[in-house]
Structures are given as C-alpha cells and as structure tokens.
Design a protein around this ligand. Structure first.
Ligand SMILES: [Ca+2]
Length: 379
C-alpha cells in the first residue's frame, strides 16, 4: 500500500510545483476578482478535509504552512488552489512539509493577501479545530497522569507499572526515516483507554517466582528473562492472572503491538524516543553482547526503561501488514504464523531498536535475545 502511494509522489510533486508556478504567474498578471464561486468553496471544504487529515498525522507545520499559503492567495485562483490541495495525505506529509517552507513561490504568494478570503479561511480553520477538539474530547479524562507509577508485590517481587494515557499517535515510521521498511507504513492509531505498562522488561526474578524455572541463557535475578517463547509468555500471564493480584477491573497481558509502540514513543515522532540517534549511554544494544540488569538506562517520558534494546519484547499480535487508514485499538492480524516482538536487543545494531521497527517469529520460538514486558489493561 505504502509503495503504491509513494510511487505516485514524484508526478504529483512536480505537477504541483508546475501548477503553483502557473498560479503565481497568473496571480501576478491578474487584479482582484469577484467573490469565490460555490465550486471554489466546495473545493475548499474538500481540500481542507485533507489538510485536517494531514494534521492528524502530526503534520501541523505542513497544515499551517499550506493554510497560510491559501489565506494569502489571490481570490481568482482559490478554487484551483483548493483542488491542488486534494492530494493524498502521504503526499502532503512527505512532500509539502519539506518543500513549502523554503519555497520561493510560497514566500511570494504571501504578498497576495485578500481580507475576504482570509476571513473565509480562518472560518474553515476554526471549524477544523473544533472538530479536532471534539474528537480528542471523546477520550475520557484520566485520574492518573502519564507516567504515574503503581506498584504491585507479587510472590514477594515488586512490579512497578507506569500509566500510559489514552490518546492517539502515528504508528509506523515517516518515509524519510533511515533504515525504515514498507512494513512500517504510517497510520493514525487511537488508544481510547489508558492502561499500565511494566516499567522494565520482566526479570528472571519475576519469572521464577511465578513459573518456578529460569530458562535464561545469561543468568541473574534482575536481568531480563530470555529464551521464553510467546507460548511460554501466555502461560506466565495466565498464572499471574490466576493469582488475582491485578487491580480490580484489570488483567495482565502482553501489550498489543500498537500499545507497545505508543508507549515506547511517549509522544515522540523520532526514530527513537531519545531522538534520531541511539547512543551506548541510552540503551543496551550493539557492542555489549549480553543482557544487562533492567532499568540500567534512562527512561522515556512516561517512565519506561529499555524500550530500545536489552531484549526484544513479545507483543500479543499476530504479525501482518498494517491495514491503511485510521484505526482504534488495533489488535493485529486476525490470523498468522508469527507473533510480533519489538524494540531490538543487546545483539542488534541501533536501527533494529527503532520505535517503529517490527520483528516476528513463530510463537514457539525461543531465543536469548527475546523476553517480554507486561501490560495491565482493563478487562
Ligand atoms: Ca527491550
């Protein structure tokens, strides 16, 4: 899907540039013209809907720039401009964001302000903002703040969970992220319910206290448990839930893939929650060649540690292509042969630790680079 969209981009981009140059030339040659026809207004509605979608994709800068661009355009060409706005969301995100800022045409167009159209556009912008606010307001208030901690003691072992707020984010990686793959195509994901996530990977101490065994290759009570299959994790979680120690209304689970990436990003849009690069001071990856005690590195904005590196973390979902379009609380493919794991490990280079990177294997697969982290979700 992503590939198909991308293949259309160059034509659209160059077509758009040519079109904008044409508009500029025309506007410079034309004086003020009559009121906007109904068709232009209709085109504006449709065009702004696309912009609104782009805004959902955190392309706020792009939205604002295009809006400013339109606000200042000569009236006669408004409808045409609106039509030009009706490009794919991916094109707006991938191309306009980087192109418009320094575009000579954009700067030149700012000189063609018209108060009537400015008011019209501002009216549209207000409506869009209202809709966005209403959609966001559907997310219920949370008694907890993002990153608040909650401690449970289970079989004598302390588990610290962090609050992950309800919200929305762009799951996947932008087209210009180095080392990305098409399997990471971006889409808007809303998580309408807040939940809790274990601050660290599940330790060997936690695992042993519930399962009575320790399959890990590199042993230590505060090291992450490894060499556990997805099936083994389900058994561990089943036993945890049977202990009836979860807060009322909650149950333990593996995070869904969407929960995992949302929690990892904690509001960031960069390749790592630390930024565009990952250093050996921030995570256990690459050169160390073994697991390290959980929580040895800085946390993200919501208090989660080792989301990048140390061990991969099994997620609940079957692996499959992301469906296109916005979704709420996705739970992955309906069926499959492999389960997802995320975050990279001590044995991987940084690019495998990216927030958006997806990996997967059979549910019976055990390896010394894969462990797990718990979610505590509403039943
Ligand atoms: Ca990890």
């Amino acid at each position: 899907m992503m590939k198909k969209i991308r293949s259309n981009v160059p034509n659209l981009r160059y077509g758009l540039y040519a079109y904008l140059v044409f508009l500029l030339a025309l506007s410079m040659a034309t004086a003020q013209t009559p009121d906007p026809p109904a068709a232009a207004k209709a085109a504006m509605d449709a065009g702004l809907q696309h912009l609104k979608d782009a805004r959902w994709q955190q392309a706020d800068q792009s939205f604002d720039n295009v809006l400013m661009f339109a606000q200042n355009y000569a009236p006669a060409h408004f409808g045409k401009l609106c039509a030009a706005l009706q490009v794919t969301e991916a094109t707006i995100r991938d191309e306009w964001k980087v192109a418009i800022d320094d575009h000579a045409l954009f700067k030149a167009a700012l000189g063609h302000a018209d108060p009537a159209y400015k008011r019209l556009l501002e009216g549209y912008a207000a409506k869009i903002n209202e809709r966005i606010a209403a959609e966001r307001a559907n997310i219920p208030a949370d008694a907890h703040k993002p990153g608040d901690s909650q401690e449970l003691t289970i079989n004598g072992i302390k588990y610290t969970f962090r609050r992950i707020p309800a919200g929305w984010f762009m799951m996947g990686s932008p087209a210009d992220e180095p080392n990305r793959s098409n399997a990471e195509s971006q889409r808007q994901v809303t998580l309408s319910k807040g939940f809790w996530m274990l601050e660290t990977e599940v330790t060997q101490g936690m695992w042993m206290s519930v399962m009575g065994n320790n399959p890990s290759s590199n042993k230590g009570l505060n090291l992450p448990v490894t060499d556990v299959s997805w099936n083994d994790c389900q058994e561990y979680i089943k036993k945890l839930n049977e202990l009836k120690v979860a807060p009322v209304g909650y149950k333990f689970s593996l995070p869904t893939e969407a929960q995992w990436e949302y929690a990892c990003r904690a509001g960031t849009t960069t390749a790592y929650h630390f930024g565009d690069t990952l250093t050996p001071q921030q995570a256990n990856f690459g050169g160390r060649q073994q697991t390290r005690d959980v929580g040895s590195y800085p946390a993200n904005a919501w208090g989660l540690k080792d989301m990048h590196g140390n061990v991969w973390e099994w997620c609940q979902d079957w692996y499959g292509d992301y469906p296109s379009g916005a979704v709420t609380a996705p739970t992955g493919a309906e069926r499959g042969s492999d389960r997802v794991f995320r975050g990279g490990s001590w044995g991987n280079s940084a690019q495998y630790c990216r927030s958006a990177l997806r990996s997967f294997d059979a549910p019976a697969y055990r390896y010394d680079v894969i462990g797990l982290r718990l979610s505590l979700v509403l039943e």
